[in-house]
Design a protein around this ligand. Structure first.
Ligand SMILES: NC(=O)c1ccc[n+]([C@@H]2O[C@H](COP(=O)([O-])OP(=O)(O)OC[C@H]3O[C@@H](n4cnc5c(N)ncnc54)[C@H](O)[C@@H]3O)[C@@H](O)[C@H]2O)c1
Length: 344
């Protein structure tokens, strides 16, 4: 039995808790939040849980094997380093931390103590994203040349991070997962409309060593909720709409090519191909349950998680480079050395 504690019972923590409580081999012992109202609400729902507003009660409890952190990003590092230093396997919601420096410290601490460190890149545990990866790896759509991802809605505004740090970790973790490749450069444009210091609309573009190019649009001020991604391959295209109840993935047998030669401009014509559209079967499973179960499996087996600390670091590296680009008029920033700015 793995004894678990949850820190953070705001919007997202209760979703993790509900799934953890449903998993065999997992005993949720205590929950912590700074807000007493939230704790009382949670106690009314789950009477057996110990509640506390002091996280040191969890850190000092030798019976607790693992800690789940679902608090605002500014608190991730402080809570996670305490948890690791107390010898507890640690799951942190996305993004792993506020900087690559903080991520590296967490990764080293977990390594030295042989502990599982995992970040909540929830979407890589969803059946549609797994299906997209399978389709891409099968070669069915050819070489991926372009990805466009949109995550838009009205709110929920964060006070400590901009919309790129809040929403783009999802798109970034999906893109890195399905391509199996990290970007070479990042550029980012954005604007703060509501809170003058926090961008509520951003556009990130990524280039890769392969031909691939990706753009990620994030917004807290869009009237519609949009969660979609288009993957354009040299042979076919995939459209993933996470808001579709059943047919979340559609494969379009469509494309455009340039004829090998034409003698005159009048003869020159692009060749458009319009074939079938089909929606492959995708299993309906709760991704959070898969994710929480995977965390427990990694603790038991000692194997690295599919969203390990290192994977969390890759995403934070891109976000850091995006912030740098945003502050420097959309200049292209190299991801591996995000201090180096390149002229666009
Ligand atoms: N994986 C996903 O799809 C997903 C979705 C939403 C949010 N998240 C992530 O979950 C985390 C929490 O987001 P949220 O929307 O639930 O935020 P929230 O503000 O609604 O809730 C955070 C809770 O943490 C508590 N808290 C803050 N500091 C604390 C501390 N030091 N000790 C104990 N409790 C503390 C607050 O009182 C609050 O109740 C963030 O990292 C966010 O990015 C992930």
């Amino acid at each position: 039995m793995i004894n678990v504690a949850l820190i953070g019972c705001g919007y997202w923590g209760p979703n993790l808790l509900r799934n953890l409580l449903s998993l065999p081999g997992c005993n949720v012992k205590s929950i912590c939040d700074l807000c007493n109202e939230r704790l009382i609400h949670m106690k009314n729902l789950y009477n057996d849980l110990i509640i506390t507003s002091d996280c040191s009660q969890i850190m000092d409890d030798d019976e607790i094997d693992a800690v789940i952190i679902a608090t605002p990003v500014r608190t991730h590092f402080e809570l996670a380093i305490q948890s690791l230093m107390k010898g507890k396997h640690t799951f942190i919601e996305k993004p792993l931390a506020r900087s690559t420096e903080e991520c590296n410290i967490l990764i080293d601490e977990a390594k030295q103590r042989n502990l599982t460190l995992m970040v909540g890149h929830t979407f890589i545990y969803t059946p549609p994203v797994r299906k997209m990866k399978d389709i891409i790896e099968s070669g069915e759509i050819g070489e991926v040349i372009y990805i466009s991802s949109r995550r838009l809605n009205l709110g929920l505004f964060q006070k400590d991070i901009n919309v790129a740090w809040d929403l783009a970790p999802h798109d970034l973790s999906i893109i890195l997962y399905i391509l199996g490749e990290n970007p070479k450069t990042v550029s980012c444009q954005g604007k703060a409309h509501i809170n003058p210091k926090i961008e509520d609309v951003t556009n990130i573009t990524l280039t890769f060593n392969s031909r691939g190019y990706a753009s990620i649009q994030s917004s807290w001020i869009d009237p519609r909720k949009v969660r979609d991604m288009t993957v354009v391959g040299t042979k076919k295209m995939i459209v993933y709409d996470d808001l579709e109840p059943l047919e979340k993935i559609k494969i379009y047998d469509r494309g455009v090519s340039v004829p090998p030669h034409s003698d005159t401009f009048a003869q020159f014509q692009y060749s458009y191909h319009y074939g079938d559209v089909y929606s492959p079967y995708v299993k309906q499973e709760e991704p959070l349950r898969i994710e929480c179960n995977h965390f427990l499996d990694c603790i038991r087996s000692g194997k690295p998680s599919e969203s390990s600390g290192e994977k969390g670091l890759e995403v934070v590296k891109i976000l850091e480079a995006a912030s740098k680009s945003l502050k420097n008029s959309n200049v292209s920033v190299s991801v591996n050395d995000s201090l180096e700015l390149r002229a666009s």
